[in-house]
Design a protein around this ligand. Structure first.
Ligand code: PGA
Length: 253
């Protein structure tokens, strides 16, 4: 079995103007040019995608978007399609982030449609899943994750998911932006569960090759212990990805 390549992804959320994003990207590519064994992705706001794509194009940093709309094109004011993201230089797209679910009405059904759209244009989807604090307290974590994975990936064939380079990001909602990180054992337990669910639904080839990232208050001082867990293949980093120096330290875990 081939070893999964780690992926460290930065989600810049609604931060940074174009020039700020360009400056951070330029610093980041300098700081990470020695990195050969880890994939690096940054997801700036839509407005900064193209200028940042121009900066990272000769580097080992890939570009991702934070969202897309599932229709191909049309009268959908304010929305962005997968082919627009590809044309702006994206290779990845984050889908179903908990902030999208919480503030913008994203559901497992829209997530499913968005993944379908991403696959059509060869964008690698980063499917975000995670339980809230109440769901964990009431011991419903696995039920919630089960539903998010099954519904999010409903009606896909393993082959298409395999060739899409699907990424799953486990982000417990209670750990996002709160400074509370799940313990490495909690994370490993959930990642193993997700991998076994993928195996049950889609077979071992997909389960073994899918990178499962952890997200939620990842910092330079906790990345190493997380990456030492056998089923943690990388991280989706919010706050700590905004500063090139800090994010580079995470990339160099
Ligand atoms: P955080 O965000 O690292 O700031 O907790 C993670 C995310 O929302 O992807």
């Amino acid at each position: 079995m081939e070893k999964r390549r780690p992926l460290i992804a930065g989600n810049w959320k609604m931060f940074k103007t174009c020039s700020e994003a360009m400056d951070t990207a330029a610093s980041l590519i300098k700081l990470t040019k020695d990195v050969a064994e880890t994939d690096i992705m940054i997801a700036p706001a839509f407005t900064a995608l193209w200028p940042v794509a121009e900066i990272v194009k000769e580097s080992n940093v890939s570009l991702g978007a934070q969202n897309l709309f599932y229709e191909k094109e049309g009268a959908y004011t304010g929305e962005i399609s997968s082919s627009m993201l590809v044309s702006a230089g994206c290779r990845y797209v984050i889908i179903g982030h908990s902030e999208r679910r919480q503030f913008f009405g994203e559901t497992d059904e829209t997530v499913n449609k968005k993944i379908k759209a991403a696959l059509k244009d060869n964008l690698a989807p980063v499917l975000c899943i995670g339980e809230t604090e109440e769901e964990r307290k009431s011991k419903n974590t696995f039920i919630v994750l089960d539903k998010q994975v099954k519904k999010g990936l409903e009606s896909f064939f393993s082959d298409e998911l395999l060739s899409s380079c699907l990424v799953v990001a486990y982000e417990p909602v209670w750990a996002i932006g709160t400074g509370k990180t799940a313990t490495k054992n909690q994370v490993q337990e959930v990642h193993l569960y997700i991998r076994s669910m993928l195996e049950k639904e889609f077979g071992s080839a997909l389960a073994e090759s899918t990178r499962i990232l952890y997200g939620g208050s990842v910092k330079p001082n906790n990345i190493l212990e997380l990456m030492e867990m056998p089923d943690v293949d990388g991280a989706l980093v919010g706050g700590a990805s905004l500063d090139a120096e800090t994010f580079s330290q995470i990339v160099h875990y």
